[in-house]
Design a protein around this ligand. Structure first.
Ligand code: GDP
Ligand code: IMO
Ligand code: MG
Length: 424
C-alpha cells in the first residue's frame, strides 16, 4: 500500500510524529519535496529527534529512507543529522536520488540577501536557501546530487553556475565563492554520499511492484504550496499529495491513501495572511502549552483558532481519505473555543480561499463556538473515554470536512495516540 502524509495547514502539524507512528508498519519512507526548511520532531521515550534533512523513518532500522528527486538537499545538514543518528548507535538505511538538487552555500547567502532587501515586504523565509535553490532548478542552473559522482562534468557545471551566482552576490555586496575550494568540497561530499546515491525512482517503482508498504512524508503544509497556498507567502515547492508522483517518479495511480495532518488549532511561521490569528491570552496559552516555537528557526509561531475553511481547501485539493487531529491536549481548558466555519469577503459569504493576499486580508471569519473540556486527556487511549465536549469538537470537524478522523493525538510521544479508524 502507498500512503501519503500531507500537512493541511501552514506546517508543523505533527507530520513527523505521525510518519514515525505509521512508520512502524512501513518498509520505506520517502521525503519528496522541500529541504531543511522542514523541522520534524519525533519523541520516543527519553529520546527526542529534530530532523530537517533526513526522512522521519531514519530512527527505525527496519525502514529504508529515501530522499527523492523533488527534494533540495543541504549536504552539510544531512551529514550533521547522520552523525547524530550514528552517535545514538542506530543502524539506518538511506537512499538519495541522483536527481535531487543541492542547496549550495550561495543559495543560503542569497536567501538572506533577498529577504534583507525586501525588508518589510519579506516572506519570512527560514533563510536556508530553499527559494534560491528551486529558482536555479527551474532556471536550469542547478547542481544535482548525481553530478557529484562525475568530477569532470561537475567542474563544467560549477564553473558556469558560479559565473552567474558570483555576479549576483557582488550586486548584493556579498563575498563571492572561490571555484577551487567549492569544487573540492563537492568532490568530498560525493565520496561521502556515494554509497547512498541512486536512481530512487527505479527503486520505488520496483518496491511498488513488490507490494511494499511505502509512506511519503510531506514537508511544510499545503497552505505553503507554491501553487495553491497564500502566494507569495509560501515556500518554493508543493507539499500537496498531488506532487508526489512527479517528485518521486512514480505513477499517479499508485497512491492508495492520502492522510491529512491537522492541528486542533492553527499556527503559522513567517509572514502572510492568517484569518483566525489571535493576539490575546488564548494565543499565549496555546503557544506555551503547545511549545509553539519553530523547530528550525526557533521563531515563536503565530497562533489562532482552527480554520476549517483552510483545512477543507486542502482536503479537497488532494482528495484526502482521512485526517489525523493533532495536539488536541493543548486545547484542554481553553475558554471561548472557536472554530472558523466560513469566510465573509466584503460582506458576502464565500466558499473558497481567495487567491490574492489583498482579498484574504479583508476576509472576516465566521465562527462557531464550542464548549471546552477540562479533564486531562493525555492518558486517554480509547476514543470513547474522551470528554463529550472533545468528541463533539472532533465529530464537528469530521462532518464539516466530509472525511473521518483516523487518529487523534493527545501528546508528543508515539503512544499518545487514539486510533479512531484503523488505517491498515
Ligand atoms: P511537523 O513539522 O509537522 O513534523 O511538526 P513539528 O515537529 O515541527 O511540530 C509539532 C510539535 O508538536 C512537535 O514538537 C511535536 O513533538 C509536538 N506534538 C506532536 N503531536 C502532539 C500532540 O498531540 N500533543 C502535543 N502536546 N504535542 C505534540
Ligand atoms: P515543516 O515541514 C512551518 C515557511 C517559512 C516561510 C515560508 C517560506 O516543519 O512543517 P522557505 O524557507 O521555505 O522559503 O520559507 O514557509 N516554512 C515553514 N513553516 N513549517 C515548515 O516546515 C516550514 N517550511 C517553510 O516560515 O513563511
Ligand atoms: Mg515542523
Amino acid at each position: 500500500m502507498i500512503y501519503v502524509i500531507e500537512g493541511t495547514q501552514w506546517g508543523d502539524e505533527g507530520k513527523g510524529k505521525i510518519t514515525d507512528y505509521l512508520g512502524q508498519k512501513m518498509d520505506i519512507i520517502v521525503r519528496h519535496q522541500g529541504g531543511n526548511n522542514a523541522g520534524h520532531t519525533i519523541v520516543i521515550g527519553e529520546d527526542k529527534f529534530a530532523l530537517s534533512a533526513l526522512p522521519s523513518g531514519i530512527v527505525n532500522p527496519n525502514i529504508t529512507n529515501v530522499i527523492a528527486s523533488g527534494v533540495v538537499l543541504n549536504i552539510s545538514q544531512l551529514i550533521r543529522e547522520l552523525t547524530m543518528v550514528k552517535e545514538k548507535g542506530l543502524p539506518f538505511k538511506l537512499l538519495i536520488s541522483n536527481r535531487a538538487h543541492i542547496i549550495m552555500p550561495y543559495h543560503v547567502d542569497l536567501d538572506g540577501a533577498y529577504e534583507g532587501l525586501l525588508s518589510k515586504h519579506k516572506i519570512g523565509t527560514t533563510k536556508k536557501g530553499i527559494g534560491p535553490c528551486y529558482q536555479d532548478k527551474a532556471a536550469r542552473r542547478g547542481i544535482r546530487v548525481g553530478d557529484l559522482l562525475e568530477p569532470s562534468y561537475l567542474k563544467e557545471r560549477l564553473a558556469s553556475c558560479l559565473l552567474i551566482k558570483n555576479m549576483e552576490l557582488k550586486l548584493f555586496g556579498k563575498e563571492i565563492y572561490d571555484f577551487n575550494s567549492l569544487y573540492k568540497k563537492l568532490i568530498q561530499y560525493g565520496e561521502l554520499l556515494k554509497p547512498y546515491i541512486t536512481d530512487t525512482s527505479k527503486f520505488l517503482n520496483k518496491a511498488i511492484k513488490e507490494n511494499k508498504n511505502i509512506l511519503f512524508e510531506g514537508a511544510q503544509g499545503s497552505m505553503l504550496c507554491l501553487n495553491y497556498g497564500t502566494y507569495p507567502y509560501v515556500t518554493s515547492s508543493s507539499p500537496l499529495a498531488n506532487s508526489v508522483p512527479l517528485n518521486a517518479g512514480i505513477p499517479p495511480k499508485s497512491i492508495d491513501k492520502v492522510i491529512g495532518i491537522m492541528k486542533a488549532y492553527t499556527t503559522r511561521v513567517g509572514e502572510g495572511p492568517f484569518v483566525t490569528e489571535l493576539h490575546d491570552k488564548t494565543a499565549n496559552l496555546i503557544r506555551t502549552r503547545g511549545h509553539e516555537y519553530g523547530t528550525v528557526t526557533r521563531r515563536p509561531r503565530r497562533v489562532g483558532y482552527l480554520d476549517l475553511m483552510v483545512v477543507k481547501h486542502t482536503v479537497e485539493l488532494s482528495g484526502m481519505d482521512s485526517v489525523a487531529i493533532m495536539l488536541l491536549d493543548v486545547l484542554t481548558g481553553v475558554k471561548d473555543l472557536n472554530v472558523c466555519v466560513g469566510y465573509k469577503l466584503d460582506g458576502q459569504e464565500i466558499d473558497y480561499i481567495p487567491s490574492t493576499i489583498k482579498e484574504l486580508e479583508r476576509v472576516v471569519p465566521i465562527y462557531r463556538s464550542f464548549p471546552s473540556w477540562h479533564e486531562d486527556i493525555t492518558k486517554v487511549r480509547n476514543y470513547d473515554d474522551l470528554p463529550k465536549e472533545a468528541k463533539e469538537y472532533i465529530e464537528f470537524i469530521e462532518s464539516f470536512l466530509g472525511v473521518p478522523a483516523c487518529l487523534i493525538s493527545v501528546g508528543p510521544e508515539r503512544n499518545d495516540t487514539i486510533i479512531k479508524h484503523d488505517l491498515f
